[in-house]
Design a protein around this ligand. Structure first.
Ligand code: PHE
Length: 355
């Protein structure tokens, strides 16, 4: 072997030793790729050596070819083995970093629940739907004429004072009770086509009250109205007794006390026998055995006539329940303001209800 070939062989041997050493140190796919380029790439070290081929004698050329092949063989062997190891390591690292602990409990969705007032309104609606009533809603922003005048409370009537409210203008106000829905419904009712009128109307009402434990400037009522031929006080009493039993318990009794509303005549306040003490006397009924729950009466003939109904042919009864009030009574809530403060400690006590 002549000197030149000898030198090249030493270069190749040195190169392979150096490459193997570098391969040993490699720790990532990227480093391995760099080593490949450095040794066997187009401008790589081996290419540089191969360029000396042209300076060799013809018979020496295959020998150099063989040396280069041996280099490739050894280089590839080492680098492929290393590549496999690194790949395994990288995969393990990736899997470790993406680990999912399937045994962790899921994140709970916290569902809200219906407000006690909503639950109570729905309970009342169900009860009256069951007795064949329809549910009709009216506007909260109401005309003076519906809220007062058609309820037999002309302008300057002193009884208006009891229901002072928020005025939008002279003629537009926030309704003080659900009674205006009586007039709105009667006006549209056609007895020939629709038969007897039986409706309840739940909703918000407003008064210029100073808020305290039993008063709120906004609260809820449910109006009831039945108009047909020959409706009497007996129908009213029977209906309210059925309501009292269904809502407050089978053993309940009711009593009617005379009262005044401009839109009913006669008018009554309705008491239910105390559901806590059964009538013996306790703190809930203030030791009277009775709890006042609503106002009612026979629809005043003026009211029927103003809504276009012949008061000689038809008569009716009406009642107004305070939804907040009966909810407070039934669930022993001691302050109406709890309903409007959105304190979860209060609200979550009434998750039971319907859903
Ligand atoms: N509208 C009356 C009130 O708010 C209640 C009521 C309704 C009384 C129907 C009689 C008949 O006080």
């Amino acid at each position: 072997m002549n000197d030149k070939l000898q030198v090249i062989k030493e270069q190749v041997d040195g190169l392979i030793a150096q490459a193997i050493e570098e391969i040993k140190q490699a720790e990532s796919s990227k480093m391995i790729q760099d080593i490949r380029v450095k040794y066997t790439g187009k401008k790589g070290e081996l290419t540089q050596i191969s360029k000396q081929m042209k300076d060799l004698e013809k018979y020496e050329k295959p020998i150099l070819g063989q040396l280069i092949n041996q280099f490739h063989q050894s280089f590839n062997e080492h680098i492929d083995k290393k590549q496999e190891q690194v790949k395994q390591k990288e995969l393990a690292a990736q899997l470790a970093s993406e680990t999912i602990d399937v045994s962790l409990p899921g994140r709970r969705q916290n569902f809200g629940s219906r407000h006690l007032l909503t639950q109570t309104r729905e309970e009342l609606e169900d009860l009256f739907l069951g007795m064949g009533y329809q549910i009709i809603e009216g506007p909260e922003v109401e005309l003076d004429s519906y809220n007062f005048e058609k309820m037999n409370l002309p302008k300057n009537h002193p009884a208006r004072d009891m229901q002072d409210t928020f005025y939008i203008s002279e003629e537009v106000l926030l309704r003080t009770h659900t009674s205006p829905v009586q007039a709105r419904t009667m006006e549209k009712h056609d007895f020939v086509k629709d038969g007897p009128l039986k409706m309840v109307s739940p909703g918000k009402v407003f008064r210029r009250d100073n808020d305290d434990a039993t008063h709120s400037h906004q609260f809820h009522q449910m109006e009831g109205l039945v108009v047909a031929e020959r409706i009497t006080m007996a129908d009213l009493k029977g209906t309210l007794l059925q309501f009292a039993k269904a809502f407050f318990g089978e053993e309940r009794e009711i009593r009617l006390r005379p009262s005044f509303f401009s839109f009913t005549e006669p008018s009554v306040e309705v008491d239910v026998s105390c559901f806590k003490c059964g009538g013996k006397g306790c703190n809930i009924c203030k030791w009277t055995g009775w709890i006042e729950v609503l106002g009612a009466g026979l629809v005043h003939p003026n009211v029927l006539e103003m809504s276009g109904i012949d008061s000689n042919k038809y008569s009716g009864f009406a009642f107004g329940v305070g939804i907040d009030r009966v909810a407070m009574l039934k669930h022993n809530v001691d302050d109406i303001r709890h309903f409007y403060q959105n304190d979860l400690r209060f609200l979550t006590q009434f998750k039971g209800g319907q859903n």
